[in-house]
Design a protein around this ligand. Sequence first.
Ligand SMILES: [Zn+2]
Length: 443
Amino acid sequence: MKSMTAGTRSLIALAVFGVLSAGIVLSVEFQPDEKEIPVQAEELPKASLASLPIEPEAFGVGAALETKTATLKRRETLSDLVNRLDLPGNEGHRALYSLTDSDLLDARRVRPGLELKAHLSDGALNSISVELDPGRRLLAKRTLDGGFQAMALDSALIPRPLIVKGTIETSLYMDAQALGAEDQQVVDFAQVFAYDLDFQREVHPGDRFEMVFNVLTDERGNVIRRGDVIYAALHGKAVDKAFYRFTTPDEDVTDYFQANGESSTKFLMKTPINGARISSRFGKRRHPISGFTRLHKGTDFAAPTGTPIYAAGNGVVERASRYGGYGHYVRIRHAKGYKTAYAHMSRYGRGIRSGVRVRQGQIIGYVGSTGASTGPHLHYEVYKNGKALDVMRLKLPTGRKLAMDPDIYAEFEIERDRIDAIRAAQDEGAGTLITASVAPPAP
Ligand SMILES: [Zn+2]
């Protein structure tokens, strides 16, 4: 999602896992800028795995065949790796050079664990190969003139939609996973709703969900890679919405839109902090320190000292300094007359001072207990035209509406209808879709 910052994404990831799978320890590595790897690289020599001799058995009958394998260690270069294979003469390096010189392989971006295989026949190097990604192997193959030619071998990966739908029985995370979704997809799904929902309170057993994502399978039907969520729907008590993934042709921003072309993105976040618990809501209450009953003009999120706090939306910092009982305090001015304020911080985010422009998801400070505070928490306030509002009840202004631009909306409709056709095909039981039925999660 180009439209979301790393901060926003990790925030949502943590919020989802913190809230939906309480008690389950999960390690999710977040790669905000992960790019889709093309299934087939165009303009490169291509061949199918079956037709090229990458396995020694294919080199010929009678030759003495040998395969040497080595795995890249930490701080090791590909050149070191080739040295370890102890190949005849300079052949390994010549073969490697044909790969790195071809743009197929960026030697600076290889990761430890990469496996390099050298195939020899009668003591001479025939080829080297590396499996760069599942389903993609790079090969430097001996040519007739004695050199090496680089090529990418892509096993034929077949893109397929995978539909996961069901009813929430324990948590979205557990139920969706039991039906075949992976961590990343549940995060992506929840992210689509992050502006509409307080996942801590507004997802209930009995709510129905549906997600469609692309998977790449090999010829045998094994899932090699799981891709983006292209459809996300939640039919529940708090929210009843469906979103379609679409990249706008003009701004090249990928976002999720309702069937009418309305973006899922809001311009303020309800919860500008990771995995926190709401400890006090907006409204009248007895103040724990003064003892007086008065209006609590914000929402409190209990979280450990040092937990990052994010800008709820794009805007300009109006104040970043001590402010009486608020302690270390940041206030941001947004568009449309909105302001947000963040209190009791232990310290400020890097570069946060008055007059600075911030973007949604940027770290503006860290949880603390400065000012009139009884323990570490974020006190979060939202104002519209000077009036304090309960952010949890707020109907926030929406993001982009594609219908404002008929040409773009027409493109969106094509994609929306394509996704709906995938969903309808599954409902009719037709096609070769991988389907999942509603089943209770594993105990
Ligand atoms: Zn408060």
